[in-house]
Design a protein around this ligand. Structure first.
Ligand SMILES: [Zn+2]
Length: 97
């Protein structure tokens, strides 16, 4: 069972290595086996440092994706995907103020 081996391996790794795995997982959720992810999940339950790091990365990534999404849609495209408040604020800035 490779999964169980990965689970044990990830549990015995130093936090520095967990950080690298967490970082990769936020951009590539399928990069590691289920055993690795389960081991990491369990480690985060007991390690506040890794838990905080993971939460921080997830928050950053969500923010980036929201920003990148708005950017690719294009301002004023009229498809409703750009947050209304953002468009309004930009219009207030660039429009007649
Ligand atoms: Zn840790």
């Amino acid at each position: 069972m490779g999964s169980v081996g990965d689970f044990v391996k990830v549990m015995s790794m130093p936090c520095k290595e967990h950080a690298a795995i967490i970082s990769r997982l936020t951009s590539e959720p399928g990069a590691y086996s289920g055993g690795m992810r389960a081991g990491l999940w369990l480690h985060e339950r007991v390690c506040t440092g890794c838990k905080a790091y993971h939460r921080q990365l997830t928050t950053l990534r969500r923010g980036f994706e929201a920003w990148a999404g708005a950017e690719s849609v294009g301002m004023g495209a009229g498809n409703g995907r750009c947050p209304e408040g953002v468009v309004r604020r930009i219009r207030e800035r660039v429009g007649r103020g």
